[in-house]
Design a protein around this ligand. Sequence first.
Ligand code: ZN
Length: 433
Amino acid sequence: MERREFGRRAIAGATGLLLAGAGRAAEDTMREIAEAYVKLVLALGQHDADYVDAYYGPAEWKGEALRSKRAPQAIRAGAIALRERVAAQPAPDEFARLRRTYLDRQLAALVARAEFLGGARLGFDAESRAFYDAVAPTHTEAELDAALRELEAVIPRGDGPLAERYSGFSARYRIPREKLDAVFQAALAEARRRTALHLELPPGEAFRLEYVTGKSWSGYNWYQGGYRSLIQMNVELPITIDRAVDLAAHEGYPGHHVYNALLEHHLVNGRGCVEMTVYPLFSPQSLIAEGTANYGVEVCFPGAEKEAFEAEVLFGLAGLDPKSAPAWHAAQRAMRTLAYAGNEAARRYLEGRLDADAAARFLETYTLAAPERAKQRVRFFDQYRSYVINYNLGQDLVRAWVEKTAGPDPSPERRWQVFASLLASQRLPADLG
Ligand SMILES: [Zn+2]
């Protein structure tokens, strides 16, 4: 509207006004599009309990979604039409370009999720491309066997298959249930302390920690808005000492809690990007969320600092002997080559090439998971399907982007800065190339 009004004034100096007016009109249109996107996500969430991972926008929009009861087909049609409006928007700078791509790719995933809820099923790679805009590499059994052979040398010798030997070995590094809280609190405090040294956390940010059981995941961050998170740790199965820092950094600092708080601070409050008040789980944003949460562990604890902190602080708090730490750390380093085996199990299981029991056995063999842990992971595949790629592929894509952007051999400080710029942006997998 403003554009037309200014357009009628053919006077000297009107160009600036004309451009300003056009800018405002474009901003209004983007705000409208963003609001429509949020409402479509909330509407689809009415059909899928796992879909809306977080929402802290206007309460009346949620009420509207509840009342309107739009069918997935109608939501799908709305998203397709909205994508066309997004594509027609100008993108004069990097911020506008990332915002336009963000809305476009998130809407494309929403369309795919609506089709999934309508009964459509894709192959594993086609599904991960449709939901997360990424495809994980495949690994043959020969490659996985080669990785296992390397582990043979690191896991203490004994009778029985490698997985059994590893299970006996890892039992020595479990955190006793009554020491879990002290260990997690220490890991979270250290991860927060280190993060706060390098990036500015929004004022008043805080989290609440809860222990739960009966979940298919090991930890979860439920972002509440207002820079607050509820972090849940699943304590149903034994937790080994290396997982404390992993979970603290992944769910808390500089992982999910910080990612969400920085998005709210810089994009929602700073730039009025209302689309960031909702987080649809089955969307490309999840690859950035999980990728940054996993990669954040090594940003926060570079080099051997995680191992040193565990040996010096956490082993003692868990009642474990710090002198036994080097053997465990060597095994954990060797285990990294198995990171992609879980994707293979999920791919084969979801494509019907393995049943649930065979998938669990595959996980026991190639990730050395204990039988109960393997069963828990198969339940995760049932619930979240190709979401599994977001962890390891996400981590690798985020690492590659940070290293490319930071330049060769970046200092830890430079790496923090580039990493923080990713956390506070709308960058998606499509923008990591
Ligand atoms: Zn996560």
